[in-house]
Design a protein around this ligand. Structure first.
Ligand code: NAD
Length: 327
């Protein structure tokens, strides 16, 4: 069985769906946290359940909290692989409520790791983040770049990632940490720049860029993230490692707004709002190591990925758009 914590969320939902489609038995642990609209999580659950119909894979949702050590221990005990995605995501939330983020992201990870010590689990894959790097010294950066996070969220991800590494060493567990770089695609969290820009343009409203828009991001398409994770079912080559999972195709937020505007409503202007605290200035992944170890190769650049997202958005506008508007 594959346990996906946070499997009702954006990335975990896609992982669960793909694993079920590939014929695996999947158990999702998720507390359906209302940090963003739970309707999206219900869709994620539905998609994975549908994937189980007619195939050889199975899907089970356990509604529960990763901070519940006994529950986590019971589930990890049954698992061959654990994909630990459950977290309080989002830099801004962490600036407002750092202790809650620490509680879920660090304590929750320790629960998974402690449970793994006492179980025959084959591998634990941890969802880390480019936020661990903070202010980059040079671009692009590889995994040896210093880690000096600039938000409580980044601190929590780095602490959890270090626990994952240390537990791997001390207790002979197979662990891998994947540092994701801003992931986007169908059913993405509604409170992110791409979903927001698309929604505003689709409604004839100018996209609003926070700050001057010179911040750059390495946006990674969800399918590439799923592929990297799926590889870890078949190889121990990455055990004990930390890997950047990015697209390497960076774009400034101002250019992103223009790309989306040009695709949907070329006559719109671009507006600017106040810069948000805790946001990194630039992210740009060097993915050489993931390429060497996993054969990882990002397939989507920002223009092709955004086009796919806009096509999905149009097809799902009726239910998804109100959730973006209210986020
Ligand atoms: P998400 O918020 O969509 O998914 C996280 C899931 O965890 C949610 O379904 C939520 O209900 C669940 N969860 C939260 N607290 C929980 C708790 N206490 N117990 C059980 N479940 C809980 O976020 P996502 O974008 O899918 O991110 C998945 C993982 O990837 C997270 O660990 C996040 O930190 C990491 N990550 C995401 C990105 C990105 O760009 N999306 C980038 C870097 C790292």
């Amino acid at each position: 069985m594959i346990l996906v914590t946070g499997g009702a969320g954006f990335i975990g939902g896609h992982l669960a769906e793909q694993f079920v489609r590939d014929g695996h038995d999947v158990v999702v642990l998720d507390d359906l946290d209302p940090y963003y609209d739970v309707d999206i999580k219900r869709r994620n659950i539905e998609c994975a359940r549908e994937a189980a119909h007619g195939g050889s894979g199975s899907y089970e949702l356990v509604e529960g909290d990763v901070r519940d050590a006994d529950l986590v221990a019971d589930l990890v005990d049954e698992a061959a692989y654990v994909y630990h995605q459950a977290a309080q995501a989002g830099v801004r939330t962490s600036v407002e409520n750092p202790r809650r983020v620490d509680d879920i992201n660090v304590e929750g990870t320790l629960n998974v790791l402690d449970a793994a010590r006492a179980s025959p689990v084959e591998r634990i894959v941890f969802a880390s983040s480019s936020s661990v790097y903070g202010k980059p010294r040079d671009l692009p950066y590889d995994e040896d770049h210093p880690t000096t996070p600039i938000s409580p969220y980044g601190v929590s991800k780095l602490a959890a990632e270090n626990y994952v590494r240390v537990y791997g060493d001390l207790y002979d567990l197979s662990t891998v940490a994947l540092r994701y770089f801003t992931v986007y695609g169908p059913r993405m969290r509604p409170n992110m720049a791409i979903s927001n820009f698309v929604s505003r343009c689709a409604n004839g409203e100018p996209p609003v860029v926070y700050g001057d828009g010179s911040q750059t991001r390495d946006f990674t398409y969800i399918d590439d993230v799923v592929r990297a994770n799926a590889k870890l079912l078949d190889t121990d080559a990455a055990d004990g490692e930390v890997l950047n999972i990015g697209s390497t195709d960076t774009v400034s937020i101002a250019t992103l707004a223009e790309v989306i505007r040009d695709e949907i409503a070329p006559d719109l202007s671009i507006e600017h709002g106040e810069r948000q605290a805790g946001d990194a200035e630039h992210t740009h992944a060097d993915v050489t190591k993931a390429g060497d170890v996993l054969g990882y190769e990002p397939t989507e650049d920002i223009r092709s990925g955004v086009r796919q997202f806009i096509a999905w958005y149009r097809a799902n506008r009726e239910w998804y758009e109100p959730l973006v508007r209210s986020s």
